[in-house]
Design a protein around this ligand. Structure first.
Ligand code: AHR
Length: 498
């Protein structure tokens, strides 16, 4: 059977929001402290306290939006503890994540400076679980009010006269769980109340995101849409790829068995079904698709690395994670009419991270490389793709061997990304570009390939470049067709400039 991917260059399916390539950074483990923030006095080179190596690596990803301060931490966070002179900021216990002391040195000013340095839009998550309406209202006033007001004056005293621009604001996090163990009906009412005071000051227009469902809690989405959709711009959804069958045995990040490989990828595909079903509920209340589905936590969640603090969620990252990321992007692209944003958990040293740090050292993970390879799709127009490329079978179960996505950017370049899930066989693939006017030649095509021979191939501080992309080209190009040799376990990106 000839394996085939067809890209219909004249069938355009809307914009792939760049915000699908968003990130999440929580006060959890070594994400903020050590990973991003080392402080101005640190011997680790830094820019206003933010480590320069991490900053430079992340800048290359064109990060569009960054969510903070949690996660579960958000519903215990009191923003006023994190402003003013650092030495007098309140020290608190991070009860959710390891019971460690949180000195509040990284607060609103530091986070918004980080966003500025990254060129990313901030997405702030407010505290509903243990915070007051007044506290949430004042936070928004502190950040965005332009002129004379108690909070704007306080901001000026703390060194920032001009307000920040803030668009994305979340009203609570996981309020069905760590954010208050609420019922959907109760949270829907609280959402209506809190969001009333989350105000647009001057011409700062907020995009308000209601705390959404856990995985397949369709009742939650139904109630929130029924009771509050008129008052929200986005509704969130959280789903993690966990290969194990329960939270006590999630599986090891460095597992090298095909059973775990297959299970992980199968679980990653579940995102498609979840988006389809949550979107169908949203369609009933919002057929115009005004309200965005905001997947503000996704990614792999494995057992922590042996010997590390169980509350710090530190895990290694392999070629398997790279494929999980690629598969998710393909799914998010398919749902671009409803999915307006997604934020991988988390940016540094926690869960499916972009970079890992150890003292002064830093490495880029395979997931980082996928974000880098795929950034070409940000805000590009999705093109219709049909894939007929066989199945990857394991233990009497099956998955598509290949998934693909394509987009056209504002310069007319066509970008095609391919994930090859089968770890055992290479694939010969015919890639056909329907609808292009001129015949193609090899000079029109460039590409990158990320692959590895071992199922748990990863980068270490000793070998930080073991898994990294290499230049890739088709075996032949003629007319509208490219022939590709695709290695097992690989992520591929091709750019065609017709
Ligand atoms: O990302 C880790 C945690 O997962 C977040 O704090 C929480 O929202 C979710 O349960």
């Amino acid at each position: 059977m000839e394996r085939e991917v067809k890209v219909y260059t004249d069938l355009q399916r809307g914009t792939i929001s760049k915000h699908i390539y968003g990130h999440f950074s929580e006060h959890l483990g070594r994400c903020i402290y050590e990973g991003l923030w080392v402080g101005e006095e640190s011997s680790i080179p830094n820019t206003d306290g933010i480590r320069t190596d991490v900053l430079e690596a992340l800048k290359e990803l064109n990060i569009p939006v960054l969510r903070w301060p949690g996660g579960c931490f958000a519903d215990e966070y009191h923003w006023k503890d994190g402003i003013g002179p650092r030495e007098s900021r309140k020290r608190m216990v991070n009860t959710h994540w390891g019971g460690v002391i949180e000195n509040n040195h990284f607060g609103t000013h530091e986070f918004l400076r980080l966003c500025e340095l990254l060129g990313a839009e901030p997405y702030i998550c407010g505290n509903v679980g243990s915070g007051t309406v007044q506290e949430m209202q004042e936070w928004v006033e502190y950040m965005t009010f332009d002129g004379e007001s108690p909070m704007a004056n306080w901001r000026a005293e703390n060194g920032k006269k001009e307000p920040w621009r803030l668009t994305y604001f979340g009203v609570g996090n996981e309020n069905w769980g760590c954010g208050g163990h609420m019922r959907a009906e109760y949270y829907a009412d609280l959402y209506r109340r809190y969001q009333t005071y989350v105000r647009n000051y001057g011409n700062n227009k907020l995009y308000k995101i209601a705390g959404g469902a856990n995985v397949d809690d369709y009742h939650w989405t139904e109630v929130l849409m029924r009771e509050a959709s008129q008052l929200m711009d986005g509704l969130s959804l959280h789903y993690y790829t966990v290969p194990g069958d329960n939270w006590n045995e999630k599986g090891a990040a460095l597992d090298k068995h095909e059973s775990q490989w297959f299970k992980t990828l199968k679980k990653a595909f579940r995102m498609d079904d979840l988006l389809t079903r949550h979107s169908a509920i949203m369609d009933q209340y919002d057929p115009e698709k005004r309200v965005g589905l905001i997947v503000d936590e996704w990614g792999t969640w494995f057992d922590v690395e042996p010997g590390t603090n169980p509350g710090f969620l530190y895990q290694q990252n392999t070629i398997r994670d790279a494929l999980v990321a690629g598969v998710h992007f393909h799914i998010f692209h398919e749902h671009n009419d409803r999915v307006h944003m997604a934020n991988i958990a988390q940016m540094v040293n926690v869960l499916q991270a972009m970079v890992l740090t150890e003292g002064e050292r830093m490495l880029r993970t395979p997931t980082y490389h996928v974000f880098h390879m795929y950034k070409v799709h940000q805000d590009a127009t999705r093109l219709e793709v049909k894939t007929d490329a066989g199945l990857y079978r394991y233990d009497e179960q099956e998955l598509p061997a290949i998934t693909a996505t394509a987009s056209k950017d504002s310069n007319g370049a066509i970008h095609i990304s391919i994930c090859h899930l089968d770890p055992n066989h290479a694939a010969s693939l015919a890639l056909k570009l329907e609808g292009i006017e001129k015949p193609l030649s090899a000079a029109n095509v460039s590409g990158e390939l990320l692959t590895a021979n071992e199922l748990n191939a990863h980068n270490t501080f000793e070998q930080p470049n073991k898994v990294e992309p290499v230049a890739y080209g088709p075996t032949s190009v003629s007319g509208q067709e490219l022939k590709l040799d695709v290695p097992p376990s690989s992520v591929l990106r091709l750019t065609i400039r017709p």
